[in-house]
Design a protein around this ligand. Structure first.
Ligand code: F6P
Length: 536
């Protein structure tokens, strides 16, 4: 454990050093920036110095990141608690060969990708129609990884939409599907039921509702349904013809699944060529992750910055702040990717973790966040490392002046976080406004920014499908590296199970058909009041 201890000691030793001091080295910005394929990752506005970086790089080596990475790409069953391989990368490396349990899984991946492509082309060209003609609207029903990825990506790639409108329904709250279906024409709508397991209660309940809605207007409702799932028997039992079922293997985790069949709705919106460009961007990031030395490896560096802040500086959260409105759903997507993956309490062998697992991830696009929670980031008592993301160019040439303002705001925030404003500066500003004496001192103190608050900036040229694919693959691998360093299984999610079980048991209590024996007083009181209010 000596590297851990060395890092702890170093973090303690530099705790009160101001980040700005590190820029006395004129080369700091270049030395603490890594680049690949148009991406520039600047982590110079953190308190990581050369010593911290070299210790962090050694930690990554010692924890076996390279060996685990090789095992993952080779199809080894690194998801040990579910005894599964972790091969979402195979979905975007279509020319590859990957062996799982002694056989090459790629022919099946290629075949499904080709079927998806043909289906998407048929829908988009109006060759596969609904009862009322060409499909105008697609309703994707899924939740978690079967929703967040494609929904986030569909918004991110809006400039590339040239197919049917795509809508996403996830919540079991009937309001979601009600508000989505209202105004749609069932005769020209395709419903895509996205569920790896095809058992998720929210998705199956919404799928039944959609089927009733469709059946009320369409003679053959099943013909306007497609399914994306690993559970072929269950999709058949639901009545969806095998020609419109797109399967995948259990080695694609839900939150890593947008690259294959779970991405069908996105493919319908942007077309197979743009979808494939996204895959290519992700595959390029995979190759970089596999080949680049750790000190230049974007996913490794992103992970090491995360580990430094979370494990050694004890910052409990991190804010993801895309200055890119179309990445508005990225923070929600990353919440699942990072928190479902690395929010664990035991290490791979079942022992209690001797340190914290992954941080709380949250955020909003800039500049909106600036007018909401940045107050706390600048002046609150807790430090929140900020991860800024920024495109050099937008997609709207006639609105370039707006994009420039967006960029200026992003750079201003990271500068302000690092630089701060001390009491002398704040006092001078208030003195110029005519204040003096005690009132001057009191007012000035409210205007102090402590500064030295860490941030990173990921700069990319423009949010094209390739770049977007690269960004998501970057974050996937970051999660992997952090998980390996922490010694946890990033690919299971047992923590979601208990609530699901209890919800099933509570439904009859709410209906009044079970008495809830053994439940706590608070839950019974709430259930009783709800029954009364609902007139049960
Ligand atoms: O509840 C968690 C979870 O299992 C996620 O991991 C998954 O992405 C989501 O539910 C949806 O699962 P499915 O695709 O099987 O419906």
């Amino acid at each position: 454990m000596t590297i851990w201890q060395d890092l702890r000691d170093h973090a303690e030793a530099v705790k009160s050093r101001r980040i700005a001091e590190l820029f006395e080295n004129d080369n700091r910005a270049a030395e603490f920036t890594a680049e690949f394929g148009g991406f520039m990752f600047d982590y110079s506005k953190t308190n990581i110095d050369a010593k911290a970086r070299s210790l962090l790089l050694r930690l990554a080596e010692k924890q076996g990141v390279a060996e685990k990475r090789a095992a993952m790409f080779a199809g080894k069953k690194i998801n040990e608690t579910e005894r599964r391989a972790v091969l979402h990368t195979a979905l975007r490396n279509l020319d590859g060969e990957v062996m799982v349990d002694g056989h090459d899984v790629m022919p099946a991946v290629r075949e499904t990708h080709a079927r998806m492509t043909a289906f998407a082309r048929d829908i988009r060209a109006g060759r596969y129609t609904g009862q009322g003609g060409a499909i105008t609207d697609v309703v994707n029903i899924g939740i978690g990884g079967s929703d967040l990825g494609p929904a986030m990506a569909t918004l991110a790639l809006a400039p590339y939409h040239n197919g049917p409108r795509v809508h996403f329904v996830s919540n079991v709250d009937g309001a979601h599907i009600h508000d989505t279906l209202r105004g749609l024409n069932p005769e020209t709508t395709l419903v895509v039921v996205a569920s790896k397991t095809f058992t998720t209660i929210e998705t199956m309940t919404n799928a039944e509702t959609a089927r009733r809605w469709m059946a009320a207007a369409v003679a053959d409702p099943g013909a306007q349904f497609a399914a994306l799932s690993t559970a072929a028997e269950k999709t058949a039992a639901f009545g969806i013809d095998g020609s419109r079922v797109f399967g995948f293997a259990d080695w694609v985790g839900g939150r890593y699944s947008m690259w294959g069949p779970i991405g069908l709705s996105l493919m319908l919106a942007i077309g197979p060529e743009n979808f494939d460009a996204m895959l290519a961007g992700a595959a390029a990031m995979d190759a970089h992750f596999c080949d680049a030395p750790f000190a230049e490896n974007l996913p490794v560096l992103l992970a090491l910055v995360g580990i430094w802040h979370n494990q050694f500086c004890d910052y409990a959260t991190r804010a993801v702040l895309p200055y890119d409105q179309r990445l508005a759903r990225l923070p929600a997507y990353l919440q699942q990717l990072e928190m479902e993956s690395n929010g664990k309490r035991v290490s791979m062998d079942g022992a209690d973790l001797p340190y914290h697992s992954g941080p709380v991830v949250w955020g909003e696009p800039g500049t909106n966040g600036q007018h909401a929670f940045y107050q706390l980031i600048h002046q609150g008592t807790r430090i929140v490392p900020c991860e800024f993301m920024l495109a050099a160019q937008g997609h709207e040439p006639d609105l370039a002046h707006q994009h420039l303002l967006l960029v200026a705001n992003c750079l201003a925030q990271s500068e302000a976080l690092m630089r701060g404003r001390d009491l002398a500066e704040a006092t001078e500003i208030m003195r110029k406004k005519g204040l003096e004496g005690e009132e001057l001192d009191r007012q000035a103190r409210h205007r102090v920014f402590p500064g030295s608050r860490p941030s990173t900036t990921l700069l990319y040229p423009k949010l094209t499908p390739e770049v977007f694919g690269g960004i998501i693959a970057l974050y996937e691998h970051r999660v992997f590296v952090e998980g390996v360093i922490l010694g946890i299984n990033s690919y299971d999610q047992w923590g979601v199970e208990l609530g699901k079980e209890l919800a099933l048991a509570l439904a009859p209590v709410l209906e009044g058909t079970a008495d809830g024996a053994g439940k706590d007083g608070s839950t019974l009181q709430l259930a009783g009041r709800i029954r009364a209010l609902r007139g049960v």
